[in-house]
Design a protein around this ligand. Structure first.
Ligand SMILES: Cc1ncc(COP(=O)(O)O)c(C=O)c1O
Length: 454
């Protein structure tokens, strides 16, 4: 597969160290007039002029290799020409329809249903963000079970609206707004590098998953019978954490045993990123409810969707509504993007390129004093930075330094993880091996620079 014509030919290209003078003007204007809650421009200071494939150009003419992908949205690449052509055609016809059927919506539903495993044969479009799909999934679970408690995982990120925030674990996001939803409980995810039970993967018996069984079983666990367990098949913001193969199936079995619904959140991992259409498909597990967003909008048109078993479709008209219940441009773009993914076998491409990148990163891990672990699946990769490999003390400041140096030299990356110490890669899946290698070289140089600063 040759995707090189989808990106700018000369990336990376740094003409002026970012932020250059034109970027500075935009950034200054933004900080004067927009809220201090704006965050990405503080981490990657620049203003963007345009973007193509796996490359982004700022207003000063610097061109970056994009390992960030608009936070995992741009699976088919920025400005994907097939998607843009279809969206442009749609633009003059119809752009807003609430949930009234139209050809674009019908086509997307048909395409989605052709990829979704058969039991998930009902789809529902709510508000345009991933958080809203999570809200809908939780409401659907509560409505069907008539139960209130929810169980989520340490390291989980499900969004920023109050319900989604309640089941997200990062305290810095939520501690100023408590209390949120009542009766939300967190259990350990299979984060084997920092195992909550201090076990080694080779000697553990999935103690973390078993602990979920324990709290559902023990009448003195203090946890009421939940409506649902919500889990990411591969954790994203938590630090690109790939659990052992049996973890998700074990959670499924426990949910079955205790008659609890299982929601799998594929908002970040879905749409070919990890080597399958959905990450849960690696595990042979079937959720009861699935959440999707991000890459579903093709090239960043906002849309989210839940899919679930028909038997759960018990709620009446209007139980979860919003003005922007789907978006016609996003239906069109999403439909073309999904077909592009399949036609170009992007799942397999992402899996293979991810393996190559992981092997380069593992070489870096070997000689680096600050790379604690590299991990990931497909093009959802993470590099966890520590001050010391033996103590595993997290190194968030070094991680920030690495990101800053990457930006200076033409590579965009994300940061996540429990301690904000994981460099995360979520590139467009049409990244070429050549750009991947150039990006990893910039990343390695940034690590060496951070090591020299110790
Ligand atoms: C797994 C997961 N769920 C939910 C969300 C929330 O999506 P949004 O930011 O569109 O509300 C995100 C966002 O990063 C996510 O990664």
């Amino acid at each position: 597969m040759n995707f090189s014509n989808l990106s700018f030919p000369d990336a990376p290209l740094i003409r002026t160290p970012p932020p250059g003078p034109k970027s500075k003007e935009y950034l200054d204007y933004q900080s004067l007039h927009e809220s201090s809650a704006v965050s990405y421009p503080k981490a990657m200071p620049m203003a963007i002029r345009r973007a193509k494939g796996a490359t982004v150009e700022d207003v000063d003419g610097n061109i970056y290799i994009d390992f960030f992908g608009g936070a995992g949205v741009m699976n088919v690449g920025h400005s994907n020409p097939e998607v843009i052509e279809a969206a442009e055609k749609q633009l003059g016809n119809l752009t807003h329809s609430l949930d009234v059927p139209n050809p674009a919506r019908g086509s997307l539903v048909k395409t989605l249903l052709s990829f979704l495993p058969a039991p998930l044969n009902r789809v529902f479009f709510g508000g345009p963000t991933g958080s809203d799909a999570v809200e809908a999934a939780v409401k659907l679970a509560k409505y069907n079970t008539r139960r209130i408690p929810l169980i989520a995982f340490e390291g989980a990120y499900h969004g920023m609206s109050s319900g989604a925030l309640s089941i997200s674990s990062g305290l810095s996001f939520k501690e100023d707004f408590l209390p949120l939803l009542p009766e939300v409980h967190f259990v350990p995810y299979a984060y084997c590098y920092r195992c909550a039970f201090e076990k080694k993967p080779e000697s553990c018996d999935l103690d973390c998953a078993k602990y979920l069984g324990h709290i559902l079983d023990d009448p003195h666990s203090g946890v009421g019978k939940p409506a649902a367990v919500i889990v990411e098949a591969i954790q994203g913001e938590g630090g690109s954490i790939v659990p052992p193969e049996q973890f998700i199936p074990e959670i499924r079995e426990i949910c079955n045993k205790y008659d609890v619904l299982m929601i799998i959140d594929e908002i970040q991992a879905g749409f070919c990123r990890t080597g399958k259409m959905f990450a849960f498909e690696h595990t042979g597990t079937m959720p009861d409810i699935l959440t999707m967003s991000k890459a579903l909008g093709g090239v960043g048109f906002p849309i989210s969707c839940t899919a679930f078993r028909e038997s759960l479709d018990t709620w009446p008209a209007g139980k979860h509504i919003g003005t922007f219940r789907g978006n016609v441009l996003a239906y069109t773009a999403g439909n073309v993007a999904l077909n592009f993914m399949v036609k170009n076998n992007l799942a397999e491409y992402a899996l293979n390129l991810g393996q190559v990148m992981l092997s380069w990163l593992k070489e870096i891990e070997k000689d680096s004093k600050i790379v604690g672990e590299v991990r990931g699946k497909g093009l959802m990769l993470g590099v966890e930075f520590v001050k010391d490999k033996a103590s595993k003390e997290p190194a968030p400041d070094l991680t920030k330094k690495v990101r800053r140096a990457c930006h200076q030299h033409g590579l965009l990356i994300e940061i996540g993880g429990h301690y904000s110490n994981v460099a995360r890669f979520l590139p467009p899946l049409i990244l070429t091996e050549e750009l991947a290698l150039k990006g990893i070289e910039i990343f390695e140089d940034a690590i060496r620079e951070a090591e020299r600063s110790l």
